[in-house]
Design a protein around this ligand. Structure first.
Ligand code: SAH
Ligand code: SF4
Length: 371
């Protein structure tokens, strides 16, 4: 008998799970039972599903599985930040990272969407490594599953271990659209993780057509990685800007907000690089640019990695940039680095993987030349 690949139920959205049960001649409500077992109680086998008949459990056992991604390592930082290196299916070196950042009564999980990234932003170590492949829905939601399970058996009535999710790990989530949407639907679904739509945030470097599509499919919060107040500079830092310039990106943001059922804002992310995009004039230019957008600004002091060619600005420069924006009426936060001792900061997430774009090779050669 040939080995039939089992369907991994971990990554099926509620809608797809219903379709699956109907396709095997079972009632819809089975999907609700199973989804709760997997995502609220952390079941890894069908045996545990005591309210499902023995016959159905045996049938499921034969054709399906519940398989989370393999955890290569788990690190816990002195400040409580947890980081997982997760091996994805395929090449044995295909790894991504997930990071959980506790902060008072919140715990924010930073989730990866791709092994590497094809968009090649000049200051991002993931971008420097090139792209290998998209994660599956099971590998994306599996990061939430693993993070919650790291605290012990899952308990739907216990304390919430993950209160917020940000799609800000490795990869560009809008370049892996369907799997990311399915995983985010699970994050928010009452029968799965039940997170509020305000607490699930997708961060994009500006894949404009997909922003229009996203709002038709979900109502998650949107963060946009801007990093520059004009096209000339943004073209250098975020190459996708050459395809979708700032004006088009901001128009898509307006469309996104206008089509949400409730009033919300866009989070503008701006990584500050010393002497590149952090002077006073640029702060004023940014204030001017964002005037008509309902937004909050999150400044991220650049997190260094070897041979990046960029430096983090001094605290004084960062504060000055922040003040100019605040004086212009914006709410501006500065992201503090967490999990320093375990390399868990933005842009430091480094999977080890087989790079199809061969960009990593060019980067390594460049590092050698510069060192
Ligand atoms: N691809 C998406 C999401 C992942 S990156 C995006 O670009 O938005 C998450 C955030 O970290 C982005 O705002 C990105 O610009 C920022 N980032 C990347 N490298 C960084 C670095 N070295 N230092 C600080 N922020 C960085
Ligand atoms: Fe990709 Fe985001 Fe890094 Fe740019 S900043 S290379 S879009 S992961």
């Amino acid at each position: 008998m040939t080995d039939i690949k089992k369907i991994n139920l971990l990554g099926l959205s509620p809608e797809k799970l219903i379709e699956f049960f109907e396709s095997i001649g079972e009632k819809k409500f089975r999907a609700t039972q199973v989804i709760k077992w997997i995502h609220q109680k952390g079941a890894e086998s069908f045996d545990e599903m005591t309210d499902v008949s023995k016959a159905l459990r045996a049938k499921l056992e034969q054709i399906c599985e519940i398989r989370g991604p393999e955890v290569v390592s788990q690190n816990i930082s002195a400040d409580g930040t947890r980081k997982w290196i997760i091996r994805t299916e395929g090449d044995k070196n295909d790894c991504v990272e997930a990071v959980l950042i506790p902060d008072g009564d919140r715990a924010t999980l930073c989730v990866s969407s791709q092994v590497g990234c094809s968009l090649d932003c000049s200051f991002c170590s993931t971008g420097k490594q090139g792209f290998n492949r998209n994660l599956t829905p099971a590998e994306i939601i599996g990061q939430v599953w693993i993070a919650i399970k790291s605290f012990g058996p899952m308990d739907p009535n216990g304390p919430r271990r993950v209160t917020n999710v940000v799609m800000m790990g490795m990869g560009e989530p809008l370049m892996n659209f369907e799997p990311v949407v399915d995983a985010m639907i699970l994050m928010m679904h009452d029968h799965a993780y039940g997170l509020s739509k305000r607490r699930v945030t997708l961060s994009t470097s500006g894949v404009v057509p997909k922003i229009y599509e996203l709002v038709k499919r979900t109502d998650v919060s949107l963060a946009v990685s801007l990093h520059a107040p004009n096209d000339a500079l943004r073209n250098e830092l975020v190459p996708i800007n050459k395809k979708y310039p700032i004006a088009e990106l901001l128009e898509a943001c307006q469309f996104y907000l206008a089509n949400l059922p409730d009033k919300r804002h866009i989070t503008i992310e701006y990584t500050l690089m010393s002497g590149v995009n952090d002077n006073e004039e640029q702060a004023h230019e940014l204030a001017e640019l964002l005037q008509t957008l309902e937004c909050k600004i999150n400044l991220i002091p650049f997190n260094p990695f070897p041979h990046s060619g960029y430096e983090k600005p001094s605290n004084n420069r960062t504060r000055r940039f922040q003040k100019i924006l605040a004086d212009a009426g914006y709410t501006v936060t500065v992201r503090t680095t967490r999990g320093d001792d375990i390399d868990a900061a933005c842009g430091q997430l480094v999977g080890d993987f087989h790079d199809k774009t061969r960009r990593s090779q060019k980067y390594i050669e460049l590092r050698e030349i510069n060192s």
